[in-house]
Design a protein around this ligand. Structure first.
Ligand code: NDP
Length: 400
C-alpha cells in the first residue's frame, strides 16, 4: 500500500524487483533507480512482460545526496530499498532523513578506502530516525537477514536461553566458470580476505584469514569444508542476545576458488589501494571486478543448491537442546523464476519480505533496527511463502 524505490540494478535488486511485482497489491508504485539507467529499464521491461506491472526507472548517483534527495522528494516513496553497495549506505540514509523516507538495506556500511565492517556508523543514526518517526531496517538479506530472524525465532519458540550459535553458509552450486564471485566481486573479495573473528565468552577472538576450517555436513548436500570468517550479523546478535557465549560464522569454499583467490592476492589484484597506471589512478580490485563475470550473468548455467542456516545450542525447561534451522535454495529454480542465481535470490526475497512487513504495518519501530529486534513470526511466514521455505532439525547432532 504505497510507493517503494529500489536503488541499484544488480542481481539482488533484480530479484527484489520481481518479488515486489509479485506483490503489486502492497507495492502499488515501484521505481528502480541506479547509476546505469539502461539496467533499470531492462528489469522494468522484464517485469512488464512477466507480470504486466509497470515500473518507473531513473538514473541516480546515490553518493550524490542532493541529487538523491531531489529524486526522493519527486517520487515520494514510503520506503527506500538500498540494494546498491555498502559504500552508499550512509549517503542514502542521509537522503532518507532529509526527504522523510523510511530505509532498508542488506549490508552494513563499509568505507570505500578501508575494508572495515561494523554497525557503529549506522547505529549512530538511531536517534535521528527515531525523532523523525522513520524506520531504518538494517541487514535484510539472507546473511545478515534471515539468519538474524532464524536466531530470534529460535530464541522465541525453542529456548529459554541460547548459548552457542554457528551460522553455516554453503554454496554447493557450480557455475561452470573457472573463477567468479556470487555477488559483487569487490565486496565479496574484500570480505573473504579479511582476518577472521568469532565471539567467545564476552571477547572477540581474531584469526588469520580463513585459518580455521573443518568439514560441516549440510542437509541433502553432505560434508563440505567450511571456513570461519567474520560476518556482520555476529555483532548485532551478540549484543541483542547477551546469553550467547559463543558465536561463529562459517562459509564453504572449493579448492579451485581458494587457489584463484590466493593468486589474486599474491599478485596484488585484491588491493584497495589506488595505483598509477599510464597517468591514471586505478584501484586493482575495481579493475578485477571489471574483468570477472558479473554475478547476474552466472545464472543461466548454474546448477546445485545453496544451504544457509543457524545451528544453535542452549537450554529449554532445564535441559540442553540443539536446534538447526536452514533453507536450501536451488540455483536453477531461482534462475527460472527471476533470471538470477540463488545467491541473489536468497538476498532479494528477504529484502522484499522486510519491505512487505513494513508496508503492511507488521513491522513498525521508528529508529535504526536489526532484524532480530522485530517479531520473527510474520517474517518466517512471508519469507517461506515467497520462495524461501525453511526446515528445522530439533536435537540433532550439531558436531557433524
Ligand atoms: P551488484 O554489483 O550486482 O549491484 C550493485 C548495483 O548498485 C549496480 O546496479 C550498481 O550500478 C549500483 N550502484 C553502485 N554504486 C551506485 C551509486 N553510487 N549510485 C547508484 N547505484 C549504484 O551487487 P549485488 O546485487 O550482488 O549486491 C547488492 C547488495 O547486496 C550489496 O550491498 C551486497 O553486499 C548485498 N548482499 C547482501 C547479502 C546478504 O545476504 N545480506 C548477500 C549478497 C549481497 P552499476 O550497474 O552502474 O554498476
Amino acid at each position: 500500500m504505497g510507493k517503494v524505490l529500489i536503488i541499484g540494478a544488480g542481481g539482488v535488486a533484480t530479484v527484489a524487483a520481481h518479488k515486489l511485482a509479485q506483490n503489486a497489491d502492497v507495492f502499488t508504485d515501484i521505481m528502480i533507480a541506479s547509476r546505469t539507467k539502461s539496467k533499470c529499464d531492462a528489469i522494468a521491461a522484464d517485469l512488464k512482460a512477466r507480470y504486466g506491472v509497470t515500473v518507473a526507472t531513473a538514473q541516480v548517483d546515490a553518493d550524490n545526496v542532493p541529487e538523491l534527495v531531489k529524486l526522493l522528494k519527486k517520487f515520494q516513496p514510503k520506503l527506500v530499498m538500498n540494494l546498491a553497495l555498502p559504500y552508499q549506505d550512509l549517503h542514502i540514509m542521509d537522503a532518507c532523513l532529509e526527504a522523510g523516507c523510511n530505509y532498508l538495506d542488506t549490508a552494513n556500511y563499509e568505507p570505500l578506502d578501508k575494508a572495515k565492517y561494523e554497525y557503529s556508523w549506522q547505529w549512530a543514526y538511531h536517534d535521528r530516525f527515531k525523532e523523525a518517526g522513520l524506520m531504518a531496517i538494517l541487514g535484510c538479506g539472507f546473511d545478515p537477514g534471515c539468519t538474524n530472524v532464524y536466531t530470534a525465532y529460535a530464541a522465541k519458540h525453542h529456548f529459554d536461553e541460547i548459548h552457542e550459535l554457528d551460522i553455516v553458509d554453503c554454496n554447493a552450486g557450480d557455475h561452470h566458470k573457472a573463477f567468479a564471485t556470487n555477488f559483487n566481486p569487490e565486496i565479496n573479495i574484500r570480505e573473504i580476505t579479511q582476518k577472521g573473528r568469532y565471539y567467545l565468552d564476552g571477547k572477540w577472538i581474531e584469526t588469520k584469514p580463513l585459518e580455521i576450517h573443518q568439514p560441516i555436513t549440510y542437509p541433502e548436500i553432505g560434508p563440505r569444508e567450511s571456513y570461519l570468517m567474520y560476518h556482520e550479523e555476529l555483532e548485532s546478535l551478540v549484543k541483542n542476545f547477551p546469553t550467547l557465549r559463543r558465536a561463529r560464522f562459517w562459509m564453504t569454499f572449493g579448492q579451485e576458488y581458494l587457489t584463484h583467490l590466493r593468486v589474486i592476492q599474491n599478485i596484488g589484484m585484491a588491493s584497495i589501494e589506488p595505483i598509477d597506471y599510464n597517468g591514471q589512478k586505478i584501484v586493482p580490485i575495481q579493475f578485477l571486478k571489471a574483468v570477472l563475470p558479473a554475478p547476474e550473468e552466472l545464472g543461466s548455467d548454474y546448477t546445485g543448491w545453496t544451504s544457509i542456516g543457524c545451528r544453535i545450542k542452549g537450554m529449554k525447561d532445564g535441559k540442553a537442546k540443539t536446534y538447526y534451522i536452514y533453507n536450501n535454495c536451488s540455483h536453477e529454480a531461482a534462475y527460472k523464476e527471476t533470471g538470477t542465481q540463488a545467491v541473489s535470490y536468497t538476498t532479494g526475497v528477504p529484502a522484499m519480505t522486510g519491505a512487505y512487513l513494513f508496508m503492511t504495518g507488521k513491522w513498525n519501530k521508528p529508529g535504526v533496527v536489526n532484524l532480530e529486534e522485530l517479531d520473527p513470526d510474520p517474517f518466517m511466514k512471508k519469507v517461506a511463502e515467497s520462495g524461501l521455505p525453511w526446515n528445522e532439525i530439533i536435537n540433532g547432532d550439531l558436531e557433524v
